[in-house]
Write a protein of this length. Structure first.
Length: 453
């Protein structure tokens, strides 16, 4: 049977999915996808996989796809990053029997993507992208899809989308932020760009991504832009029941997720990261439990902290006075699943007053003892890691340049400075293994012996 394309692929294979869970490294793993599907998600993406590693490493394939197979986890799109047509297609061929389509990540704006030359850093290489999509479209038994970021210019974004459509892309997800809009500069996504793309591409469905935090946003986005579906990442992580239009108590979803993880295990670091996001607002109140969560070394340890958080919430609920409003301008009390608004520059953003005050709250907190995201990730990987500068091991410094000095250096210098000095003075430093004096003496002795003979 010829493979389905464009709108037919979307309506038949993907069941006309409108509610989509985004590809998320370390976060859209099988257990999370199953939880999201139970709560209204109609299509999920795997986390981004590295095409080259996928081709070369059978264990990577097993850990990230083959052992994650589950009949309830369909429709499923596997996402790759790649920058070589042959490698992309080889990886996709190895994945195609386990999914409904293969996606090319053209949106990752992180430094790691810049170094690896993939994601949004391929945005200007239209010739290469055309070759990648064309070959994948020709060789694969499943459709190839793309996830892009926008250019600042609507016109260029539209031409970019049309180029991908022409090359054979069968479904396009448009994240309405530019490559520069990341971290604190994320700001709002431009639905104007997405709307223009939707109008301009004619034979393939388009998903919108960005600014989706609740079901009303989903409906507004579809109405305003005309897209076929809407993808959520951060909104889904903070409220996996977003697509049901519900904001349940956090423990309800935390417990359900932990039960799924017991059946479909995943790395503890992923579980912890999910619970940090689900319990985000509660952990701002019961801060001492953050450390407990970070330190928990087993699934049951993590579950015990989650249970303790539930008890604390229930105590807080019982103390709540009638008519009391959630503090800090939040829409709900901390024990209810709700969006998290990243701190960021306020100029030019179109958010409403409530969102602004939420951001202000986060900014205040960022100024206290909250670790940066990277440090939090490091701490999740190694719960014993500390970032307290007073606990950093102290190195004795080189007298000349301030670099760490060699422990047994006779001059109290680092290796570089020691080498220069020992050479200049024809001296030895056994601590650094430098024997200029000894060698000089040996060679003089040898010369003297030759002259005598
Ligand atoms: C934890 C996390 C991991 C992500 N990993 C990926 C990824 O693997 N591939 C990708 O294309 N985008 C990735 N993204 C970006 C999201 O898919 C999405 O484009 C972005 O977060 C904007 O959507 P949002 O406003 O709903 O959060 C990730 C985002 C988050 C928060």
């Amino acid at each position: 049977m010829p493979k389905l394309q464009g709108f037919e692929f979307w309506s038949r294979t993907l069941g006309g999915a409108r509610h989509v869970v985004a590809p998320m490294v370390d976060q859209s793993e099988l257990a999370w996808r199953l939880l999201s599907r139970r709560h209204g998600a109609q299509l999920c993406y795997t986390p981004m996989l590295h095409a080259q590693v996928f081709v070369r490493d059978a264990n990577y394939r097993k850990d990230n796809l083959y052992c994650e197979v589950c009949p309830e986890d369909r429709p499923l799109i596997v996402q790759f990053c790649a920058n070589d047509p042959e490698v992309f297609v080889q990886a996709a061929l190895l994945a195609q029997d386990y999914c409904d389509a293969v996606d090319l990540n053209l949106g990752c704006p992180q430094m790691i993507a810049k170094r690896g030359h993939y994601g949004a850093f391929l945005q200007e290489e239209w010739d290469l992208l055309q070759r990648m999509i064309l070959l994948a479209h020709e060789k694969l038994s499943v459709p190839v899809t793309c996830k892009i970021r926008v250019f600042p210019e609507i016109d260029k974004t539209v031409k970019y989308a049309q180029m991908l459509e022409k090359a054979g892309c069968q479904l396009l997800t448009v994240h309405g932020r530019t490559k520069e809009q990341k971290g604190p500069l994320s700001g709002t996504a431009s639905w104007e760009h997405i709307k223009a793309v939707r109008k301009a591409v004619t034979i393939i469905p388009v998903f919108a991504n960005g600014n989706i935090q609740c079901l009303q946003d989903v409906e507004r986005c579809i109405r305003d832009t005309g897209v076929q579906g809407v993808m959520s990442a951060e909104g889904n992580l903070h409220n996996p029941a977003l697509f049901e239009g519900r904001s349940p108590a956090v423990w309800e979803l935390a417990e359900e997720y932990l039960d799924i993880v017991r059946q479909h295990p995943c790395p503890l670091s992923c579980v912890r990261a999910h619970l940090f996001k689900l319990w985000h607002h509660t952990l701002q109140v019961h801060r001492q439990l953050r450390e407990e969560l970070a330190k928990a070394k087993t699934l049951e340890g993590v579950a015990a902290v989650s249970q303790e958080l539930k008890l604390r919430c229930q105590e807080d609920m019982s103390r709540q006075k009638e008519g009391e409003k959630p503090p800090g301008g939040l829409p709900f009390f901390h024990w209810i699943c709700q969006p998290y608004f990243r701190p960021g520059p306020r100029e030019g953003s179109k958010e409403n007053g409530a969102a602004r005050s939420k951001r202000a709250l986060e900014e205040e907190e960022a100024g206290t003892d909250v670790l940066s995201k990277n440090k939090q990730k490091k701490q999740l990987r190694n719960p014993h890691k500390t970032f307290d500068p007073s606990l950093k091991p102290k190195y004795a410094k080189c007298d000349q340049c301030g670099n760490p000095k060699g422990n047994r250096c006779v001059f109290n210098l680092c290796r570089g400075c020691c080498k220069k000095r020992a050479f200049r003075e024809a001296a030895d430093c056994p601590g650094h293994g430098l024997l200029f004096k000894t060698k000089l003496e040996k060679s003089l002795a040898w010369k003297g012996a030759r002259q005598l003979s």
